[in-house]
Write a protein that binds this ligand. Structure first.
Ligand SMILES: [Ca+2]
Length: 542
């Protein structure tokens, strides 16, 4: 709901802030279990941070000497965490069965983020060079028109500005790199348009997204939104919420309707606070999902992690800080099964040991919940909306949902997430942060949304044009006999933001649809074939 207190880390160097991000955020968030944070009044007099969106990609920085071209991927070394599993696009593509015949050519992915990143184009270039991917030019669009007009002006990259501090601008820089890089990595033929909101306020997002969805040249695009806020606090002008600005929700709803009419597929992260999106925002523990993923026109992207967690390697720091996979041996890293090839691979100080490890298949997945390893804000968002009613494509579901701690949530609201993708930090996505001069491993449903945007780009390419609104087709597919081939049904884990501790509740994964992972993660080739059949003469509407 407001982010000033989360980002109030002090005048450390950027690097120190990044290095200690996960630990610091966890401690601050834990405090909110017992003490409500004080709203930053001095800031709120200028900026409306109650109506603001937030990102918090789980980031762990790798040592400065790390180079992905000379070491034993998927084993990365972080000074803070020791050995950590890290995936490049080829590992994710193998695990999720991406068809090699598709790369998203002809499609456009629109990434929406506040602030953008000072090094996004060079970050992407570094990434592409490292992994042999085709180069791409990020089309950066800023206000006031977001058309690429010479009169448009992008935000200045200055973390000392009050709005940057209030919004945690550096977190948005990181988020921007993650979003652009992973969507391009999984759909390297697609065009990437980065739509930059001036800051994290909801009014700023509405302005940027409204401009985007109304542009004829962007018709049929795929939008990724890796941000959110508590569904029960949208439009609130204070906390506790006694004054509501209804124009926030109305403006956003209008945008998503326009997008649907213009054949967009709109995706939003389901949140990183499990079933408790309000917990780290305002310290309350009601079971509340994340908006705008709760808008029924948005595809809500939940999170998974490898199952067993970390595979043969467990939680970081690996075995004594080192992981390895022997030559010509299959090793389970959780999500991805790898083979050591002729020389094997091992974690080593970089520049290090040459690797021959290659991805060979799918391991397994459970609900993304890394509370025990990384603290709060590391569990798949999901639950029952109090803001939107149950959409037609979800009307077959029951009104009552049992919780992890034995309670029942009853309501006729929109359910999230819809589908999921890997969001683990242990087994995260490897990308380059030029403004820090370091490689980093990213997790969070922040990764799931742009990754699924890449999947939809491949789907649209196979379809011969944009499928547009996709949710109803997904639910029709899931109800068919193709469900088990098109999806990995997640049946393990829960999305309590504290893994069930401290009385914080959540939802467990189970057979079929659940409020932790939706229908599960896609087997991409099978998913695309099945959706294409359903949408042969147009996808079913909302
Ligand atoms: Ca399931």
């Amino acid at each position: 709901m407001q982010k000033a207190y989360i980002r109030n880390i002090g005048p450390s160097s950027l690097e120190n802030i990044m290095k200690h991000r996960i630990v610091t955020v966890s401690i601050l968030a834990l405090l909110t279990l017992f003490t409500l944070p004080t709203l930053a009044n001095g800031v709120a007099t200028t900026f409306n941070l109650v109506n603001s969106a937030r990102v918090n990609p789980g980031v762990t920085l790798l040592d400065q000497s790390f180079s992905p071209s000379v070491g034993g991927l998927p084993f990365c070394f972080s000074g803070a965490l020791g050995s950590i599993l890290c995936y490049t696009p080829s590992f994710l593509k193998t695990a999720y069965n991406f068809p090699s015949s598709l790369d998203g050519t002809g499609q456009t992915i629109v990434i929406v983020d506040a602030f953008g990143s000072p090094t996004i184009q060079s970050d992407l270039n570094t990434f592409d060079n490292a992994f042999g991917l085709p180069a791409a030019t990020v089309s950066i669009r800023c206000g006031p028109t977001w058309t690429g007009s010479s009169s448009d002006t992008c935000p200045v990259f200055d973390p000392s500005l009050p709005i940057d501090q209030a919004c945690g601008a550096v977190g948005w820089w990181e988020e921007t790199t993650l979003d652009v890089t992973i969507s391009h990595g999984l759909a390297p033929g697609a065009n990437i348009v980065l739509v930059v909101a001036n800051d994290c306020q909801d009014t700023s997002f509405n302005a940027a997204e409204s401009a985007a969805v109304n542009q004829p040249s962007l018709r049929g695009s795929i939008m990724s939104q890796s941000f959110g806020q508590p569904d029960d606090l949208v439009g609130c002008l204070n906390f506790p919420c006694t004054m509501i600005d209804h124009s926030i929700k109305q403006g956003a709803d209008k945008i998503y309707n326009t997008a649907r009419r213009n054949q967009w597929t709109v995706i939003a992260s389901s949140g990183d606070d499990g079933a408790n999106e309000a917990l780290s925002f305002v310290g309350t523990t009601e079971l509340i999902p994340s908006w705008p993923s709760t808008n029924p026109l948005n595809l809500a992207a939940g999170g998974t992690q490898g199952n067993p967690y970390g595979g043969d390697y467990g939680a970081p720091p690996g075995r004594g800080g080192t992981n390895s996979c022997a030559a010509n041996t299959n090793c389970n890293t959780g999500l991805v099964v790898i083979n050591g090839g002729p020389t094997g691979c091992t974690t080593a100080p970089r520049p290090g040991v040459p690797t021959s490890c290659i991805p060979v298949g799918y391991g397994g997945e459970g609900t993304w919940n890394e509370f025990d390893t990384f603290g709060i804000r590391t569990a798949s968002g999901g639950g029952v909306s109090t803001l939107y009613g149950r959409p037609t494509y979800q009307t077959s579901f029951q009104p009552k949902w049992p919780t992890l701690l034995g309670a029942t949530v009853q309501g006729n609201g929109r359910l999230t997430p819809d589908i999921s993708f890997n969001s683990a930090i242990q087994g995260g996505f490897l990308a380059y942060l030029g403004f820090l001069g370091r490689w980093a491993v990213f997790g969070g449903t922040s990764a799931a949304s742009p990754a699924l945007a890449g999947v939809v780009a491949l789907l649209n390419q196979a379809h011969g044009g944009p499928v547009g609104f996709l949710n109803a087709a997904i639910y029709q597919l899931a109800a068919s006999s193709n469900y088990s081939s098109a999806f990995h049904d997640i049946t393990v884990g829960n999305n309590s933001d504290t893994a069930g501790q401290f009385g914080v509740d959540g939802f467990s994964a189970g057979a079929g649809y659940d409020l932790a992972t939706g229908w599960g993660s896609p087997n991409v080739a099978n998913f695309i074939n099945a959706i294409n059949t359903i949408c042969a003469s147009g996808c079913p509407g909302p």
